[in-house]
Ligand binder design. Structure first.
Ligand SMILES: [Fe+2]
Ligand SMILES: [Fe+2]
Length: 354
């Protein structure tokens, strides 16, 4: 249940928050996907600049089941640096905005990128954080748009930009691990898989074009999940066999949606379709033998599963990176290993980038 505490002004919220009188939700707080407010990280905001939309904080009401979004700062107000420092000290790493402001937030993050470009000397991580958050919200918009085709071209430009930033110097690659979202939403997961997929391709010295194909496939791999009812998708209890079957239709659904847009390169569509195929041929939807799969299907299958294990999900805690890899290494299907040895070794080498 979420309510909007609109009776409270931004000034009031700030006063109460800084006096530690509000039970504010801190980092890694898991929620289901049905809220009207989306999280926006403090690190993606332009401190000292005017806002073009309102920011809220998420707090618990008297009854701790109740969740409220209180206005912290309204549109046209300036985000003061001291407030951001204070929030960081309180362990709050994100604000929220209303879903109706999604276009404004995307435009704001775009302006932030332009500002960083004009500044020249910016730490690569600073720019990457904004790029990733911008791509995250653009993806949310494209997944929910009836005109997906139009957004695919934009996603391509954004992924190219991400690749350019990551290949600027060899030390940038290790930033991938710091950029991963800790909290599961379909969009955070898509971004994590995209970062890991691109990162691994660049680590393996694949070309920009090959990395772009992988990046787009990773970004859109779970597009089909948007057609699965949310009560199944965000269920915290185990699924019934029938519900599992419904979820297992998502690679085919995603492939079909992309085919209808006719805007995606065929290799990307093939990878989307095959992202749950296993090395021993026991995967779905086609149960393809290894030699019938796209050569990079093993990569997307691995980075997807890795993020599934290492990220926080509504139904379980995250595993540490090497524990997640160990769990993947031990997974055996009816005919043999689910993940192939060579891809795992490459991924471990990438994880250990100094
Ligand atoms: Fe999937
Ligand atoms: Fe996935």
């Amino acid at each position: 249940m979420d309510g909007n505490g609109s009776k409270m002004s931004g000034h009031n919220t700030r006063e109460q928050l800084f006096a530690n009188r509000l039970k504010v939700h801190r980092r890694n707080f898991c929620s289901n996907g049905t809220t009207s407010y989306f999280p926006l990280y403090l690190r993606a905001l332009m401190v000292g600049e005017k806002l073009s939309f309102s920011l809220y904080v998420k707090v618990s009401g008297e009854d701790s089941q109740e969740v409220k979004f209180l206005p912290f700062l309204e549109s046209e107000e300036i985000l003061e640096p001291s407030w951001v420092e204070m929030l960081q000290r309180l362990g709050v790493d994100r604000f929220y905005f209303h879903r109706g402001d999604l276009d404004l937030v995307i435009a704001y993050l775009n302006n932030h990128l332009l500002l960083l470009d004009s500044r020249g000397e910016v730490h690569p991580k600073e720019k990457l954080l904004v790029l990733v958050e911008h791509l995250n919200f653009s993806l949310r918009r494209s997944f929910n748009s009836p005109h997906l085709g139009r957004h695919i071209h934009l996603a391509q430009i954004q992924v190219e930009r991400l690749i350019q930033e990551l290949e600027k110097d060899p030390t940038s690659l290790k930033l991938v691990w710091e950029l991963l979202y800790q909290h599961y939403t379909l969009y955070n997961h898509s971004l994590n898989v995209c970062l890991l997929g691109i990162g691994l391709m660049l680590f393996l010295h694949k070309s920009r074009r090959e990395s772009l194909i992988m990046g787009l496939a990773c970004l859109f791999h779970d597009l089909g999940l948007t057609r699965i009812p949310e009560e199944i998708l965000y269920r915290t209890e185990p699924l019934t066999p029938e519900e599992k079957e419904i979820i297992m239709t998502h690679p085919q659904l995603g492939f079909q949606i992309l085919k209808e847009t006719s805007a995606m390169p065929p290799e990307v569509m093939q990878l989307v379709l095959e992202h749950h195929e296993n090395a021993d041929g026991s995967g779905y939807p086609q149960g393809l033998a290894l030699n019938k799969q796209h050569p990079w299907t093993r990569i997307i299958r691995l980075v997807d599963a890795y993020d599934g294990l290492s990220g926080h999900r509504p139904y379980r805690q995250a595993l540490k990176p090497f524990a997640a890899l160990k769990a993947l290494q031990d997974q055996v299907g009816p005919e043999g290993r689910i993940f192939d040895h060579r891809t795992l070794v490459n991924f471990i080498r990438f994880l250990a980038v100094p």
